[in-house]
Write a protein that binds this ligand. Structure first.
Ligand SMILES: *Cc1c(COP(=O)(O)O)cnc(C)c1O
Length: 357
């Protein structure tokens, strides 16, 4: 029996999307490959509300996080972290030899835009990273307010990890002045892991031109230049199976479900889980900044989350324990990609039944 995944990635993938992955291979230097890749980039531009170039990467999202911070930091980067995935940027920077400082807030809180302003006022930084949707704590950062601050610093490259929100939460990349927006396939887009996507603004391109050691595989400037030179083809052999599936899924998202309906469905599912959590447990995150794609719940009843998941598994379902230090102290229910509100209700009914609450 298939175990339905209510975890924040990988998510369940619709059968028809999975089938697209077994499309027969094509040559990656053919016109068909160019058309496929150009089509995906153009559809992703709609999903991310951007006119800037969209790059595809045969990797998960972390690869593009590495590419962004390494390819575009000339002086020093500032990482603004509100949880485990925020901190990941810092570790990536350090291990790539990038000069980088970490600014953190307490788990469960959103980033304070003033903290970003204070840091940028020092003039030390020419790149910043922000996590839009912190998957460990269930907090969605106030991107609009943060963007208002960052706009006052035109020399700063603004990188945003929207791995667990793009496609589930409306984010207008260009309006917010985001230079590099990153996402992965296995979260709200509803594909298996293995392809990642980022935007790459003109400003980011100009910055990368000045950076010497951009690495090789995740050198964003090299990806960009290759696309220009070879009509949307990439330097290395890309994951064509994901591309067939992503192209198909983007048509579904844009033309069958519709973006507004998709965002609305995510909020509807979030509201179901939030109401249940407030009724039976407590929300972990600051109520003013709740994620629309994953809810982190405080384990106020001191249940064994591991036991709960074992029982759920017998019923063909799975949720997530808390992340890292938050294990057993919290648990997480993801409501993203192609899950339907009715499936969320079913999950919660089963949890109520198991816990007799
Ligand atoms: C899942 C996740 C990542 C890591 O992405 P991968 O595709 O697994 O490399 C980064 N940031 C956030 C917010 C995530 O949820």
């Amino acid at each position: 029996m298939h175990t339905k995944l209510f975890i924040p990635g990988p998510v369940d993938v619709r059968e028809d999307v999975l089938e697209k992955m077994s499309t027969p291979q094509i040559g990656h230097r053919t016109k068909d490959a160019s058309n496929l890749q150009r089509g995906i980039s153009e559809k992703m531009q709609k999903l991310l509300y951007t006119k800037e170039m969209v790059l595809l990467s045969t990797s998960s999202g972390s690869g593009l996080m590495e590419g962004a911070i390494r390819s575009c930091t000339l002086k020093r980067a500032a990482v603004f972290s509100i949880g485990a995935f925020g901190k990941k940027w810092y570790n990536i920077g350090i291990s790539n030899g990038v000069q980088v400082d970490l600014y953190e807030r307490e788990m469960g809180q959103a980033m304070d835009p003033n903290m970003i302003d204070e840091a940028l006022k020092t003039g030390k930084y020419d790149l910043i990273t922000v996590t839009h949707n912190e998957t460990s704590t269930g907090v969605a950062n106030p991107l609009e307010e943060i963007a208002e601050v960052v706009k006052n610093y035109p020399d700063v490259i603004f990188c945003v990890d929207m791995v667990s929100s793009a496609g589930g939460h409306k984010i207008k990349v260009d309006e917010l002045g985001i230079d590099i927006a990153i996402t992965s396939a296995q979260k709200c887009l509803g594909l298996p892991a293995g392809i990642a996507v980022c935007t790459f603004s003109q400003k980011a391109i100009e910055r990368a031109e000045k950076v010497e050691n951009r690495g090789y595989y995740f050198d964003l400037l090299n990806l960009y230049k290759c696309i220009l030179k070879r009509d949307y083809q990439y330097p290395s052999t890309p994951t064509l199976p994901h591309m067939f599936a992503l192209d198909y899924q983007l048509d579904y998202i844009l033309n069958v479900e519709g973006l507004e309906n998709r965002f609305e469905r995510h909020l509807q599912m979030a509201n179901i889980v939030r109401n249940w959590a407030e009724d039976k447990f407590e929300l972990f995150a600051d109520k003013n900044h709740l994620s629309r794609t994953v809810t982190t719940i405080k384990n106020t009843r001191n249940i064994s989350v591991a036991d709960l998941n074992n029982e759920l598994k017998k019923r063909g379902m799975m949720i997530s324990n808390g992340y890292g230090d938050l294990k057993e102290k919290t648990f997480r229910i993801a409501h993203m990609a192609d899950k339907q509100p009715q499936e969320i209700e079913e999950l919660l009914d089963n949890i109520n039944d198991i816990l007799k609450i």
